[in-house]
Design a protein around this ligand. Structure first.
Ligand SMILES: [Zn+2]
Length: 237
């Protein structure tokens, strides 16, 4: 487990949290099937790094939220996809893109190892492709990814919607007007990408999210049932 202990995203976690994360990770490694493609040889350490980060968002949600799929496909680097997609008007467009991660509702989680490795070292502290794709998986537990995962019974749908919509709309406006923005502009692509990107910030760059989008941070704190801010300020615990 030593490799996983060094992950930047785990810094500041209590020993109780780390022990619980280790349990989830062990289960995850049992339940999922890892496969390297394009010649990538996956080692136990690589699978552990992926599994640990995949389980972090589920720490207080339980393994149930990560069930319904088993395959994790890992490419050596960014991978190209080529497919036809239909737009809102029913017109089919041919798409060719390079991706670093992708997740399907009941299908595989697909990752670029080059990016997973870079994130694990904390080279870009606000990026984490594994957490990003797991956020999409959680979002798809109640239908197509739309930035609206199944909320807990005590959470207010109204408060979630107003906090996230207001932040998303203001981000889209700022991007459209070429104003400076404080988070990855990819978040302005769609409500689904917004949720995935703010989830990355919640776990990896929580102070940025808390300072700029406090109401969003609060909703994610209620949803993930974790408060990563306490990990950077353990005294306020
Ligand atoms: Zn995404």
């Amino acid at each position: 487990m030593e490799v996983a202990e060094k992950l930047s995203v785990l810094q500041g976690m209590s020993s109780v949290e780390k022990a619980h994360l280790r349990e989830l990770t062990t289960l995850f490694l049992h339940e999922k099937r890892f496969g390297g493609v394009q010649g990538l040889q996956l080692t136990d350490a690589m699978c552990l790094i992926i599994a640990t980060q995949a389980c972090l968002p589920a720490l207080s949600l339980g393994m149930g939220c990560l069930s319904g799929w088993i395959d994790i496909i890992v490419y050596p680097g960014a991978f190209r996809i080529s497919r036809d997609e239909m737009d809102m008007a029913g017109v089919v467009h041919h798409q060719e893109r390079a991706l670093v991660g992708e997740s399907w509702s009941r299908g595989p989680l697909i990752l670029s190892w080059e990016d997973v490795e870079r994130d694990s070292l904390g080279e870009q502290p606000d990026r984490n492709v594994v957490i990003h794709e797991i956020a999409h998986k959680l979002d798809m537990l109640n239908g197509p990814a739309d930035g609206f995962p199944p909320l807990h019974y005590h959470m207010s749908i109204k408060e979630w919607s107003s906090a996230l919509s207001a932040a998303y709309e203001s981000l889209v406006q700022r991007v459209e007007h070429h104003h400076r923005i404080c988070i990855n502009p990819y978040a302005a692509t769609s409500p689904a990408e917004f949720f995935a990107v703010i989830s990355e910030y919640f776990f990896c760059a929580h102070e940025v999210l808390h300072v700029h989008f406090a109401a969003v941070y609060r909703q994610l704190e209620l949803y993930y049932r974790q408060n990563p801010l306490l990990r950077s300020h353990p005294d306020s615990n």
